[in-house]
Design a protein. Structure first.
Length: 155
């Protein structure tokens, strides 16, 4: 009868080790990264004039679908249409992989840019996002294309 009692502590130790294994791997794992992909056929205007060097990104694996990343030359601006907030990020945080851009998911911005006069609306074939930067007095305007609704085409 003593043999089954000796196996119980070993079994409990094995169960505890298996229970703690996922937590230990999470501690040693690399931080989760957010992959930003370019938005095709987007339009970006500054004071109603086309900007020269820019890219607008959207993160497909982001839980917050209302965020966009705007790259203006070497500046990276996170545009949150729900909070009506533009945050500037350190360019060293981003890593280019082909056309995509990666950053750590939990990275915080350098500073929030003061904005006013937000317009976020559906304008037919695109979504319009427009705001004015208070410090610079510049108006930023983004047109994001909508995917065609083919739901009722065949019916």
């Amino acid at each position: 009868m003593t043999r089954p009692l000796r196996a119980v502590p070993r079994l409990l130790l094995a169960i505890a080790a298996l229970a703690l294994l996922p937590r230990l791997t999470m501690l040693s794992a690399e931080p989760e990264r957010l992959v930003w992909t370019p938005v095709k056929n987007a339009l970006f205007l500054v004071d109603s004039k086309a900007a020269k060097a820019w890219t607008i990104y959207h993160a497909g694996n982001d839980r917050k679908e209302h965020r966009l990343l705007l790259q203006l030359d070497t500046r990276y601006l996170m545009i949150d249409t729900q909070l009506r907030l533009i945050t500037e990020y350190d360019p060293a945080v981003f890593e280019k992989k082909g056309k995509d851009c990666e950053m750590p998911r939990e990275m915080k911005g350098i500073k929030a840019l003061p904005t006013e006069d937000w317009i976020v609306r559906d304008v037919g074939t695109s979504y319009l996002i427009q705001t004015k930067l208070k410090d610079d007095g510049r108006v930023l305007e983004i047109h994001l294309p909508k995917l065609p609704d083919l739901h009722n085409v065949l019916w």
